[in-house]
Design a protein around this ligand. Sequence first.
Ligand code: KIV
Ligand code: ZN
Length: 499
Amino acid sequence: MKQKIYIFDTTLRDGEQSPGAKLNTDQKVELATQLEKLGVDIIEAGFPISSPGDFQSVVQLSKTIKNCVICGLTRARKEDIDIAVKALESAKRPRIHTGIGASDVHIKYKFKSTHEKVLSQGVEAVTYAKKFIEEVEFYAEDAGRADSKFLAKMVYEVIKAGATVVNIPDTTGYCFPEEFGAKIKFIFENVPNIHKAVISVHCHNDLGMAVANTLSGVFNGARQVEVTVNGIGERAGNTSLEEIVMAIYTRRDNLLYYTDIKTAEIAKTSKLVSQIMGIPVQPNKAIVGANAFAHSSGIHQDGVLKRRENYEIIDPKLVGVEASKIILTARSGRAALRHRLESLGFNLSQSEINLVYQNFLQLADMKKEIYDDDLLYLMGQKKTGKNQKVKLDLIQVICGNKNIPTATVKISVSGKIKEAVATGDGPIDAGFNAIDKCIGKKYKLIQFLIQAATIGSDAVAKVNISIEHNRKTFIGVGTNTDTIVAAALSYIDAINKFV
Ligand code: KIV
Ligand code: ZN
């Protein structure tokens, strides 16, 4: 029978320790609600004694989240535990996560203490926390560098004191997978009361081995994994939730484990974490990176178009990504070009494709990537500003904190001037509404991206937009030093693709 691996999510605690990732209580509630939807088993909500804000966040999460264990971190100190117990008062299933350093280096230089004293402080903390809360998890900090015999003794004593979960962290990301796995195995073989607790692994990524070490821990008996979304966390980060979950799922035929994660929520959760914490996801990041399901070389593109499994081990839909991407570059072949042209509504014969392909290669040699807009240009469909049917003559917006954003727009449609005034949720929205009024139709916005094309507060803004018309997507681009004008130009550019 398959065994469940419990997902302990520490995005809101260890993940939040990433520089610049600090969240306020409302943001933490929003993220925790998504983590609950994702199906994590335990949410580490914060370190209540560290600040009033962290305390408040743990209080709010305890009140809001009902389907996950809510966990608060403490040091092995009574005052920490008292505050955490208070913060967790409303939690349906509270957990205290207390602990102390276990490695020689921590004992000697961090605590300036002895093995005996540290051990008894750990045991006391568990005994004390146990008076208030049934679920007590103990962490043996820097266990990755700790002496295995001392670690086994510590694990034995804290379980005897009532710890229900014992966390073996590779705090400094020091171990190799075999070494970390052997450590977990040693603990299972040398701790007589080990069956009374769940063993957890918490790995850091300093040598890029957090996921491998975590899996090695699981293969040797750990049943809880401590992870963060996008692998964010202290220094080089923590074990990435999505990588562990998808490794266990993808290789399920060879493994005896499962998780309760709703994988279709992964992409959405990753985006939310990235946005809310302001930490972009590296494009080549496994599972959630922009390139995780993007194919660039001609051979791969051809293979994927013939059958996805040729070059993909995960169906992108499984993790909430709509489809694989075929990136058109100078390395792309005719199969990829045909595929993209078809998605834009062009069904060409082989000889026509051959012809377009020569022009495509010439353009691709000059550009890093060929976008839909470039293809439309190649197909003679991209109209230049000169012969565009719809043209922007004027846009004027009143906005600010005391005004309802209101835009006045004047456009010419085939030479006829049309004028309209509209309000909106912001100045750009008001501008789009006014353009819609002039044209007499409302278009659905699919994508909207503003980028600064140059540096400084007077930078040129570049706006890329996609809108829907007759169930097809049309893209537009606009540039101007005024962001609102750039947005209006991009909207009109997209409209020009089909009028
Ligand atoms: O890395 C670590 O050891 C930790 C503990 C506080 C669990 O984050
Ligand atoms: Zn950590």
